[in-house]
Design a protein around this ligand. Structure first.
Ligand code: FRU
Length: 462
């Protein structure tokens, strides 16, 4: 696997790969893990199966960046085979403590499957941010409260509050629903159970990948296999957010507002950067149960662009973080035609009445986003190679996702385009989806009716 130690950006190693979204090079990736700003660089680890384009024994892949845009690949950080993680190093998080970088992750052992599976929380440390020494299990099956299953206990999110360490871990009750448990520690090695922090069940069969940004009062967690349409979401697995307040004495989180983080087809397992001054998150730009057409090029899965989160008037706003350079700026009178596969497009409109954005178009392909009855309607039905999934409702089967338009007088739309993805931002909300059009489908057309409208296109900057 020469890619592992390549100093090239992950994106440039193969022209079939996304231009700037993080992949694992060859192989399969899912969740972003251990996001942290350490020694002057943003570190992104991710669930990685280097030896195939489907999920397999999980390693932690690793890339770094100084600008959250151009990434350099580093060697695999965690390989299964240690105490508690014989069959996989599952998702987890990072924290800087005692002058070092620590990782908490889930060790996975199959033991014949079903209820014999063991998932435990392990610790590893690094002096240089590249090589990790494993310390083995620090939160084991015996640390689960009564009534929880040791086979579904995973994705530790570690953070610090007033000199103590806390760790959120997703767990499953014997009745078959998820909860988020909170643990506390003075040294990262010895942990005590503090609380069942949300105190209610997942809508689906399990919670996964909790995350917490204390400053924003933002707790996020994924809900696995939820009923279709629940929480404003047609995806069967979704990334939910809860805005509120953590009481560190009782370990209980009180909710003021909740919703989903992304309205697109392909978004899961978001995580925030530890130790960064920005409130920045990244997610997996894919979804469980999808076929992944890029597998024929040797890779499956990528991460979203970084997003900065802010809370205004009790609501959550996401904006992309990317280093770009402007290549085109023009006023739009009714319609503009352009060509683009990779880059960022910003459309700013005053008093917008109607809008239709056509992307990746040729004679027989089209990906579109249209304003219909106050909703942005994303349509990938004719985008290219067919993408299937576990969603069987009519809209999903027709390649449709919807997101409510903001009510602002001025509308600002940001589109992040890469070879196989569209991330659409408006009014602080976002819709992310994969698409697999042919390489030559590059036409862009924007039709608007507004008092005034400007179109700006940016390239990704090195
Ligand atoms: C979420 C998830 C995590 C688990 C990991 C395994 O996508 O299922 O709960 O740790 O993926 O790869």
């Amino acid at each position: 696997m020469t890619e592992q130690t390549s100093t090239k950006t992950p994106q440039s190693s193969n022209d079939k790969f996304p231009a700037f979204h993080i992949t694992g090079g060859k192989g399969w990736i899912n969740d972003p893990n251990g996001l942290v700003y350490y020694n002057g660089e943003y570190h992104v680890f991710f669930q990685y199966h280097p030896y195939g384009t489907t999920w397999g024994p999980m390693h932690w892949g690793h890339v770094v960046s100084t600008d959250l845009t151009n990434w350099k690949r580093l060697p695999i950080a965690l390989t299964p085979g240690g105490e508690g993680d014989k069959d996989g190093c599952f998702s987890g998080s990072a924290i800087c403590a005692f002058g070092k970088l620590f990782i908490m992750y889930t060790g996975f052992e199959e033991n014949g499957g079903g209820e014999k599976v063991r998932q435990v929380q392990c610790l590893a440390e690094s002096d240089d941010g590249v090589n990790f020494k494993k310390h083995g299990v620090v939160i084991g099956s015996d640390d689960l409260p009564e009534g929880f299953m040791p086979c579904d206990f995973r994705d530790p999110y570690v953070f610090c509050h007033e000199g103590k360490f806390y760790c959120l871990v997703a767990a499953k009750k014997k009745e078959g629903r998820g909860r988020v448990l909170l643990y506390r520690s003075a040294d990262l090695f010895k942990w005590e159970f503090l609380s069942d922090t949300l105190g209610f069940d997942s809508d689906g069969i399990m919670f996964e990948c909790p995350d917490f940004i204390e400053e924003l009062g933002l707790l996020t967690v994924c809900d696995q296999l939820q009923p279709s349409g629940k929480n404003d979401c047609l995806n069967v697995h979704s990334a939910r957010y809860f805005l509120g307040k953590m009481d560190f004495e009782t370990g209980k989180f009180t909710i003021k507002k909740q919703g989903i983080l992304d309205y697109g087809f392909d978004y899961y397992a978001p995580q925030s950067f530890a130790e960064s001054s920005k409130n920045t998150i990244m997610g997996w730009l894919n979804m469980w149960d999808r076929n992944v057409p890029s597998s024929k090029y040797g890779f499956a899965g990528m991460l979203t662009a970084a997003r900065e989160i802010r809370i205004e008037n009790g609501d959550i706003f996401q904006t992309p973080v990317l280093k770009t350079k402007q290549v085109l700026h023009t006023l739009v009178d009714c319609k503009i035609s352009d060509r683009a596969i990779i880059g960022v497009i910003v459309i700013e409109a005053d008093a917008l009445e109607s809008c239709e954005i056509k992307l990746r178009e040729d004679e027989s392909h089209l990906t579109s986003i249209k304003l219909v009855d106050g909703y942005w309607v994303f349509d990938r039905f004719k985008s290219g190679e067919i993408i299937t999934g576990a969603e069987k409702d009519e809209l999903s089967l027709s390649g449709i996702r919807k997101m409510k338009k903001s009510s602002y007088e001025k509308t600002t739309i940001t589109l992040i385009l890469d070879k196989y993805s569209v991330e659409f931002f408006e009014g602080g909300k976002v819709m992310s989806s994969t698409i697999y059009p042919p390489e030559n489908a590059d036409k862009v057309e924007v039709c608007v009716k507004a008092k005034k409208c400007a179109y700006t296109r940016y390239d990704i900057a090195e």
